[in-house]
Ligand binder design. Structure first.
Ligand code: MG
Length: 458
C-alpha cells in the first residue's frame, strides 16, 4: 500500500484489510488526517465491506485524538457522504471504502469541505505528517467528540429528485432491475426508484461484505445476471452499481449491456440540447463519441488527465456542469461535481421519459465507433523517456499530451497511447468508424512504440 513515500493512490488510500490496512495503520493515517484538519469537524461513513466498522472505529480514534470532532453517518454510498459534506458544510469528510476493488480490500478517502476529494497538494501535506511522525495529539481536555450525522441517505435521495422531472418519470411506471453488488447502492437506489414511481426488482441487494453476488466492479463480464434478469422480467432498464455506488452501468430492455462512454454520451447529448455552449469535462481516455456529440451539439469539451478526482477539480475550477468517464462515472454539477451512480440513473430515466424512448433506441441513435485495444511491455524506468520520444514523433498531428498521447485523425478515428500507472506496460486504445481501421491504427502505433522502446533501451 505504501510506495515511494506515498500513501494516496489515484483515488484515496487502498490496501488489503488487516494485511496492508490494519487498525494500527488506520489510526496512524487518521492521526495525520486529523492533524491536517486542525481541530475541524469531519463527517465519517463507510461502505459494506466486512472491515468497514473495524477500520471506521480506528479512524475515529485517530482523528478524535488530534482534537477533531467526528459526525458518524454510518454505512452509505460515497456520493451520499460527499453530498452530506457539501450540504452540511463541516470542514471535510472521511470515507472508508475501496470502491470497485475486490472484497478483501478497503481504503480511506478524504474529502474537502465541498465534498470533493482532496487535491494532490493537500494529500502531500497529510503524507508529510504521516511519514515525519508529526501527528499533533490533543490535550486530554481537547480530545474530539463523536456525534452522529442523521438523515444522510434521506437528504441525498431527496436532493437527486430535485434535478429530474419526477412526475413525468412516474407516469411511465418504468420497471427497473437494480444490481446493488451486495453493497451500499442497496441503501439508496431502490428507495430513489420507488420514489420515481418505478416497479423495482433487485438482485444482490442484501448487504453482504463478502460480495457473494458478483465482483464490485460493474464491468460487462460481471453483469450477465443483471442482463438476463432484466430481459427475463421484461424490464425497461437494468442498472448495476460499483461497491460504493458512485458508478453505474446500464442494461437496456433487450438485455444488452452498454458501457459508460455510451451512457455518458447520451446524457451529454440531452444536456447540451438544453444547455448550449456548456463545458463538458472528461479524461483523454474517453471515447471520440463524447467529442463527436460535443461538436454536434455545440459543447465545449475540456480534456483532463485520467482519474475522477481530476475531473471533479477541473469542473469546480471551470464551473462546468457536466463531466463523465468511460467506466460509468457521471458527474452532474448542479447536484455535485463528483461521480454519482444514483444521480446518473435518475438522469437516464429522465431522458427515457422525456423522449418517450427505450434505452436501446437512445443508445442506437448515437454515432458508432469500433474499439481496438493493445498493450506493449515497457520497463518502468523507460516509460518517461519513451513517452517523450513518442510525443516528438507525433507533434505535427492533432495531439493532446495531458496524459500519455491522444491523437485524433480527420476521419474521426483516434488513438490513446498511455503508460499504465500500475504495470510495466503501455496501453493503446484505438477507435474508428470501422473495425478494420481501428485494428490497423492500433497495430501501426504498437509497432511504432515497440521501435521507440527498443531504441531507448539500446
Ligand atoms: Mg466507486
Amino acid at each position: 500500500m505504501i510506495r515511494q513515500g506515498r500513501l494516496f493512490g489515484t483515488n484515496g488510500i487502498r490496501g488489503i484489510a488487516n494485511k496492508d490496512l490494519t487498525p494500527e495503520i488506520a489510526i496512524k493515517i487518521a492521526g495525520a488526517i486529523g492533524t491536517f484538519f486542525k481541530h475541524g469537524t469531519l463527517i465519517i461513513g463507510y461502505d459494506a465491506r466486512t472491515s468497514g466498522p473495524m477500520l471506521t472505529k480506528a479512524v475515529v480514534a485517530g482523528i478524535t485524538a488530534t482534537g477533531c470532532d467526528v459526525l458518524l453517518a454510518g454505512m452509505a454510498p460515497t456520493p451520499a457522504l460527499q453530498y452530506a459534506v457539501k450540504d452540511r458544510k463541516p470542514d471535510g469528510g472521511v470515507i472508508i471504502t475501496a470502491s470497485h476493488n475486490p472484497p478483501e480490500y478497503n481504503g480511506i478517502k478524504v474529502l474537502w469541505n465541498d465534498g470533493i476529494e482532496l487535491s494532490r497538494e493537500q494529500e502531500t501535506r497529510i503524507e508529510n505528517v504521516f511519514f515525519n511522525e508529526k501527528t499533533s495529539f490533543a490535550n486530554w481536555n481537547e480530545i474530539g467528540t463523536a456525534g452522529e450525522a442523521l438523515g444522510v441517505i434521506n437528504n441525498y435521495v431527496e436532493a437527486i429528485k430535485t434535478h429530474v422531472n419526477v412526475d413525468k418519470i412516474a407516469k411511465k411506471h418504468f420497471h427497473v432491475v437494480i444490481d446493488a453488488a451486495n453493497s451500499v447502492a442497496g441503501l439508496t437506489a431502490p428507495r430513489l426508484l420507488r420514489d420515481l414511481g418505478c416497479k423495482v426488482t433487485t438482485i444482490n441487494a442484501n448487504i453482504d461484505g463478502t460480495f457473494p453476488g458478483r465482483l464490485p466492479e460493474p464491468r460487462p463480464e460481471n453483469l450477465s445476471e443483471l442482463a438476463s434478469v432484466a430481459k427475463a422480467v421484461g424490464a425497461d432498464l437494468g442498472v448495476a452499481f460499483d461497491g460504493d455506488a458512485d458508478r453505474s452501468v446500464f442494461v437496456d430492455e433487450k438485455g444488452e449491456i452498454h458501457w459508460g462512454d455510451k451512457t455518458f454520451a447520451l446524457v451529454e447529448k440531452h444536456f447540451l440540447m438544453e444547455n448550449k455552449g456548456e463545458k463538458i469535462v472528461t479524461p483523454v481516455s474517453s471515447s471520440t463519441l463524447v467529442k463527436e456529440i460535443a461538436d454536434t451539439y455545440n459543447g465545449e469539451l475540456v480534456w483532463t488527465k485520467v482519474g475522477s478526482v481530476t475531473v471533479s477539480h477541473t469542473m469546480k475550477k471551470l464551473k462546468a456542469k457536466l463531466g463523465g468517464e468511460e467506466n460509468g462515472g457521471i458527474f452532474y454539477g448542479p447536484h455535485q461535481a463528483v461521480r454519482d451512480g444514483a444521480m446518473a440513473t435518475a438522469l437516464i430515466m429522465d431522458i427515457m421519459a422525456k423522449t418517450n424512448s427505450k434505452l436501446s433506441k437512445l443508445v442506437g441513435d448515437l454515432p458508432k465507433y469500433f474499439i481496438q485495444k493493445a498493450k506493449v511491455e515497457c520497463p518502468e524506468q523507460l516509460k518517461e523517456k519513451v513517452l517523450e520520444k513518442l510525443i516528438e514523433q507525433v507533434k505535427g498531428l492533432n495531439v493532446n499530451t495531458i496524459d500519455g498521447a491522444k491523437i485524433w485523425f480527420k476521419d474521426k478515428s483516434a488513438i490513446l497511447i498511455r503508460p499504465s500507472g500500475t504495470e510495466p506496460i503501455y496501453r493503446l486504445y484505438a477507435e474508428a468508424k470501422d473495425a478494420k481501421k481501428a485494428a490497423k491504427l492500433v497495430k501501426e502505433y504498437a509497432s511504432k512504440l515497440k521501435k521507440i522502446i527498443k531504441n531507448t533501451r539500446d
